[in-house]
Design a protein around this ligand. Structure first.
Ligand code: KG4
Ligand code: ZN
Length: 345
């Protein structure tokens, strides 16, 4: 039997610089350098700063990935990178660097769709981590982060169809904007998660947009606006720590109920028995718990991405790239460019 291919994957689509070395289904290394601190000062990701930071961090992160995997660049059999969607300048840094490396090494190069890669992260498990494809089942996958919120029917490896997506704000954006209105630092999602633990989710009644609509789309800007008007009319609530915890729990409950209801409804409608979830918001404890309870009640299998793999990382890019290389011929290395608005089919 020949040894599995050694593949280096690079991810720079937003504010995480990551590189991973993949050997078949195994993840040999997956360092991630987050820029959250840098952007916190500005209350959101600043594209120009993100690109500069990727430029500064990419080579050290690649060196760390190679060192932790115990391989040299010359031993690589293939190189992959996120091709889109994402911030143009940020994508360019990782994609063009990966192309250049593949060109110099004269090895196959593969560009992958960032959203498609998210579909693979829930299947990465264990220590040392590996993609557990033996456990794969057709599923409905919830991708939920600061930049995206979508439901995807994953019928098989490399076979998927987008069922619905957000019409406006992503769920993570809603967490962040609602938190900002409450005076919480960016990104507010983790802080709301923490404060909500001491709050009453039924204290305040916020809307559940599109929850009962017969489609798989989401909309969160109305919820954010209702938080804005509610706080305008009740500014005194922000002066009390207990009320802030209640606000966090109530906003979080509204977001989670919509996400869980629509995910489970799509799964039932399609006759599937497996739900998966990934993206930064999947770190949320109440969401993980609500999905676990809803799936257990229906006898569905649930695969949540491990916390460290919920946010953007190169391991998921590499696992997808490896499956692609196993099935289809690589593209001519210099012919491809970034695809900033590459929609998943
Ligand atoms: O996947 P990610 O790191 O980046 C992209 O947006 O692509 O996701 C970041 C988002 C932010 O909106 C952040 O507030 C949210 O995920 N987030 C959370 C939690 N951890 C991160 N939202 C709610 N609860 C959390 N524990
Ligand atoms: Zn992502």
């Amino acid at each position: 039997m020949t040894a599995p291919r050694l593949l280096l994957a690079i991810e720079t689509s937003c504010d995480e610089t990551s590189a991973a070395v993949i050997s078949g289904a195994r993840i040999l290394s997956n360092p991630v350098s987050s820029q959250i601190q840098l952007h916190a000062e500005y209350g959101g990701v600043v594209p120009e700063l993100a690109a500069r930071e990727h430029l500064r961090n990419l080579m050290p992160v690649v060196q760390t990935a190679l060192r932790e995997a115990g391989v040299t660049a010359a031993q690589l059999d293939a190189v992959a990178a996120t091709q889109g969607p994402g911030l143009p300048l940020a994508l360019l840094v990782g994609f063009k660097s990966a192309q250049a490396l593949a060109f110099v090494l004269q090895k196959p190069f593969v560009g992958v769709n960032h959203h498609e890669a998210h579909l693979y992260s829930p299947w990465i498990a264990g220590s040392p981590p590996a993609a557990d494809f033996a456990a794969f089942e057709p599923n409905v996958s919830l991708i939920v982060s600061g930049g995206h919120t979508m439901l995807v029917h994953v019928a098989g490896e490399l076979q998927h169809r987008v069922l619905g997506a957000t019409l406006d704000d992503a769920a993570g954006e809603c967490f962040d904007k609602a938190g900002k209105l409450m005076g919480l630092p960016y990104p507010a999602g983790p802080e709301i998660d923490r404060l909500a633990q001491a709050g009453n989710p039924q204290a305040f009644d916020f809307p559940r947009p599109l929850m009962h609509d017969a489609n798989d789309d989401f909309s969160f800007s109305g919820l954010k606006t209702s938080v804005r008007y509610f706080l305008r009319d009740h500014p005194e609530l922000l002066g009390d720590a207990r009320h802030i915890c209640d606000l966090c729990a109530s906003v979080q409950a509204a977001i989670i109920e919509v996400l869980v209801t629509k995910t489970l409804r799509a799964t039932k409608r399609l006759g599937l028995r497996c739900v998966t979830a990934s993206g930064g918001v999947t770190c949320n404890r109440a969401l993980r718990q609500a999905l676990a309870q809803a799936c257990a009640a229906r006898g569905y299998k649930l695969r949540l991405a491990e916390r460290s793999l919920c946010t953007d990382n190169a391991a998921m890019i590499g696992i997808l790239a490896e499956r692609k290389l196993a099935r289809q011929a690589p593209l001519p290395v210099l012919d491809e460019d970034i695809r900033t608005a590459w929609a998943l089919a």
